[in-house]
Ligand binder design. Structure first.
Ligand code: S3P
Ligand code: PEP
Length: 426
């Protein structure tokens, strides 16, 4: 297995970087552009495993897509809600967004569509979404366990109507339903039963739908109403840089007491993970923002924090990886749902921090990390891009840290290590 050795940096980092487009926005834009009538152009689109699997699925469904990776541009020839393919065998890799959004998309079709992913994707929750699709008219044939991939969706359009949906393990199933609902045969009302995790991503969904001309009426935190007959408008859309993937570069400034500017990402971002800036500020960093960049300057000494990360849970690994350098413990709360991601992320962070000699307490839905000296080690990444990207930052402070299987960053950030090393050379 490949590894990458991270060189410790015995000076503060001082760099300006550019981060590729957001995975979440690229995949949402691909879906709604596929449903719009006519050509949409996505600028600064992400090219990575998650978005390429997504684009390929859309294309297999008979909606033409032109990829231009050199210009970070994708053209989608939307078919106005029609799904031309009557049959398709679709593969989503480990992309949770593709798994959930494409399953919902095929429910609008008229045919049979098989979906599968890598072994870990077969363990990630799909069942609550699929139950709604079944109530809305689809028949689903599971090859293995009920509620999990692989399965075939037999559809003849989505009826719409009133549904209850659990969203305590993932918000992506709700986002998927919201985005297809305008194309249902009748108005749709979705009532979220109990807790809704990762709420900021649902806000992002509603915002992107509005950007393409469709309104979601939200009543309280838990009820969503979508009028049938609304149509997405094809358009030019510029994808924001990925705020979650920017977190590693900001974290590098934070731990080295240096400065990192991320171009074209601002505090006005519609991505919830822009709140990483607030987290770093509470830990002692200084934040400078303008209408075209954000800059973080790290303090001499980072401070500990006790924080609910339910809404920004892709940043748990980033915070975990810099936690040992704080002046007091770091407690990360309310993140049980990260046990269902690329890997069980609570377990993975705890295991790898302990491998580095750090004292960590693990609970069902939280972890507590004690600052302390680090013993270098080779970090296991568990096919999880965020393990590799986050623990590379730890390596800037401690000589001898090695990241195993660095190629796993291809999921959302194929040239992460190239850009990371370019940051160190500035
Ligand atoms: O909707 C989205 O684009 C995402 C929602 C979040 O997942 P959950 O809703 O499963 O927490 C997040 O972790 C993931 O990276 C992207
Ligand atoms: C959880 C993530 O991805 P997915 O879209 O596969 O859920 C992630 O990118 O951190």
């Amino acid at each position: 297995m490949d590894t990458i050795a991270i060189p410790a940096l015995n000076r503060p980092v001082d760099a300006t970087v550019e981060i590729p487009g957001s995975k979440s926005l690229t995949n949402r834009a691909l879906l709604v552009a596929a449903l719009a009538q006519g050509d949409s152009i996505l600028e600064n689109a992400l090219f990575s495993e998650d978005s390429e699997y997504f684009a390929k699925c859309v294309e297999q469904l008979g909606i033409p897509i032109t990829l231009n990776p050199d210009l970070a541009k994708i053209q989608v020839a939307g078919r106005g809600g029609d799904i031309p393919a009557k049959q398709a065998d679709l593969f989503v890799g480990l992309a949770g967004t593709a798994a959930r959004f494409i399953s919902a998309l095929v429910a609008l079709g008229n045919g049979e569509y098989r979906l599968d992913g890598v072994p870990r994707m077969r363990e990630r929750p799909m069942g609550d979404l699929l139950t709604v699709l079944q109530t809305g008219g689809a028949t689903i044939n599971f090859e293995g366990n009920s509620g999990f991939m692989p399965y075939t969706v037999y559809s003849q359009g989505f009826a719409g109507g009133n549904f209850r949906l659990k969203a305590n393990q993932t918000s992506q199933q709700l986002s998927a339903l919201l985005m297809i609902a305008p194309y249902a045969q009748q108005d749709t009302i979705i009532e979220v039963e109990g807790t809704l995790v990762s709420q900021s991503y649902v806000k992002m969904t509603c915002r992107l739908m509005a950007d393409f001309g469709v309104e979601v009426i939200q009543i309280g935190d838990n009820q969503f109403q979508i009028k049938a007959g609304q149509r997405y408008q094809a358009r030019h859309y510029t994808v924001e840089p990925d705020a979650s993937n920017a977190s590693y570069f900001f974290a590098a400034a934070a731990v080295t007491g240096g400065r990192v500017r991320v171009k074209h990402l601002t505090k006005q971002s519609c991505q919830g993970d822009i709140l990483w800036l607030n987290v770093l500020e509470q830990m002692g960093c200084q934040i400078k923002d303008s209408d075209d960049y954000t800059e973080v300057t790290g303090p001499k000494q980072l401070q500990g924090i006790d924080i609910d990360m339910n809404d920004i849970s892709d940043l748990v690994q980033t915070l975990g990886a810099i936690a040992p350098f704080a002046s007091s413990p770091i407690t990360i709360r309310n993140v049980e749902h990260i046990r269902y991601k690329e890997t069980d992320r609570i377990k993975a962070v705890v295991t790898e921090l302990r491998r580095l000699g750090v004292k960590v307490e693990e609970f069902a839905d939280r972890l507590k990390i004690e600052p302390g000296p680090i013993t270098p080690a080779a970090i296991e990444t568990y096919h999880d891009h965020r393990m590799a990207m986050a623990f590379a930052v730890t390596g800037l402070k401690v000589p001898g840290i090695v990241i195993k299987d660095p190629g796993c960053t291809a999921k959302t950030f194929p040239d992460y290590f190239t850009r990371f090393f370019q940051m160190l050379e500035q």
